[in-house]
Design a protein around this ligand. Structure first.
Ligand code: GLV
Ligand code: MN
Ligand code: MN
Length: 411
């Protein structure tokens, strides 16, 4: 089938409609939240499986809850080129982060359904990239990559449900998890399309970019413990955990800016939480990310130093435990070249290329396969927010570039 500009726009419109359909599968009536191994995740897998089948793929849900689809290459059993992204969300999410990449991948498979390929083509909708439910991210892609850590079975969600129990509630058998693992010889590579989640494309008025590398990130749970007490207590008798946490949060921002690192305190809870009670304990999180792991580590060292100084001075204690770590990953040069060729085929003679500030499933998949990524513009760079927005024309261009990249790899 020859693709015309008009048919690309029609396919893009379908992709956007499907993003809307998935956005309807939410645990919250007023906002989008779909977390790992939830009933909404199950419903999303079923819908995605149906779309995969319509695109000519044979489908299965793997032992980690990833929804997979596959078509064979010129002979059965060839190593697979994986295309995909994730279908879990952050709280109060936008509808394109992850989902758009899955739907673009399905549309590429559909376009190539009758084209003989020297590799099998698989589409994967990863079950957990964000880590919203269990704090540890990339659980779906780490299962596929075989880099699973059995300690994760004891992770708990906000209701105290362990990951082990959540697997069982979803109908998965934790003992069968190794069935999801892939070996390097089974894979040709992994290509992912994703909204940029930053303003570089929008500011430059460009549609698409090739990703050079994915930022590494570490996430921590921090607890500051002081002493709760009456709001009438004089200052020299207070051990206010929230005042200490506030100081540390601002210090984290200052240090991160100074080191060229991105730091986010995204959750903070105050205990006991009475309006006339001095906070006795504060629990908060820290996400630290950077293009280069060495910069991130230096920033972390300074944050630790500063945290200890604040704790000493305010007579509180600070406890830090790590929730997640993924080091920076360079995208594969051949896969970058394929996406560059793909973008050029859309009429952009000099594709932009830059590193991803956001984390992606490719960080995990890189343990077993080379990884390449395509970014498309999102309005004002806004993401992890319901205002996430893309244009139909950009989605059409991304689809053309994605298909052309797969064709380039097919030779
Ligand atoms: C995922 O979106 C991340 O970058 O944290
Ligand atoms: Mn995200
Ligand atoms: Mn994402």
């Amino acid at each position: 089938m020859t693709t015309t500009a008009e048919s690309s726009r029609t396919e893009a419109a379908l992709i956007l409609e499907r993003c809307d359909d998935l956005a309807g599968l939410s645990s919250q009536p007023e906002r989008l939240e779909r977390v790992h191994l939830s009933p909404e995740h199950k419903a999303a897998n079923a819908l995605v499986a149906q779309w995969m089948e319509e695109a000519g793929l044979s489908t299965w849900q793997d032992a980690a809850g990833n929804q997979c689809g596959r078509r064979e290459g010129t002979e059965p059993g060839l190593p697979a080129l994986l295309l995909g992204s994730h279908i879990d969300t952050v709280p109060d999410a936008g509808r394109y982060d992850g989902m758009l990449g899955v739907l673009l991948a399905i549309a590429v498979a559909n376009r190539l359904r009758d084209v003989p390929l020297p590799f099998a083509l698989e589409v994967v909708a990863f079950s957990d990239e964000e880590g919203t439910r269990f704090g540890t991210a990339l659980l779906g892609s780490r299962a596929l990559a075989g880099t699973w850590n059995d300690d994760w079975w004891n992770l708990t969600d906000a209701d105290g449900i362990t990951l082990f129990e959540a697997f069982q509630d979803f109908g998965l058998d934790p003992a069968r998890l190794p069935g999801a693992f892939r070996r390097p010889e089974q894979l040709v590579g992994y290509l992912e399309a994703h909204i940029e989640q930053g303003p570089i494309l929008d500011d430059a008025d460009r549609r698409l970019a090739v990703v050079t590398s994915i930022a590494g990130a570490r996430r921590f749970a921090l607890t500051i413990t002081g002493h709760a007490g009456h709001a009438g207590t004089p200052y020299d008798r207070r051990r206010d955990a929230l005042a200490a946490a506030s100081e540390l949060v601002l210090e984290i921002e200052r240090l991160a800016k100074q080191q060229g690192v991105l730091a986010t305190v995204g959750k903070l809870e105050v205990f006991p939480g009475g309006l006339n009670v001095i906070p006795g304990r504060v629990e908060f999180t820290l996400d630290l990310r950077a293009e280069f792991d060495t910069d991130r580590e230096e920033c972390l060292r300074l944050v630790h130093e500063s945290g200890e100084e604040i704790a000493r001075r305010r007579d509180v204690s600070l406890h830090v435990s790590e929730l997640y770590r993924a080091d920076a990953v360079a995208c594969d040069l051949d896969l970058r070249a394929a996406f560059e060729a793909g973008i050029r085929s859309t009429g952009d003679a000099s594709p932009m290329a830059f590193w991803s500030r956001a984390g992606h499933d490719g960080m995990a998949v890189s343990a077993v396969a080379p990884v390449g990524m395509l970014f498309l513009r999102c309005k004002d760079g806004v993401s992890h927010h319901p205002d996430e927005s893309v244009t139909r024309a950009d989605v059409a261009a991304a689809l053309d570039a994605y298909e052309a990249a797969v064709r380039a790899l097919a030779g």
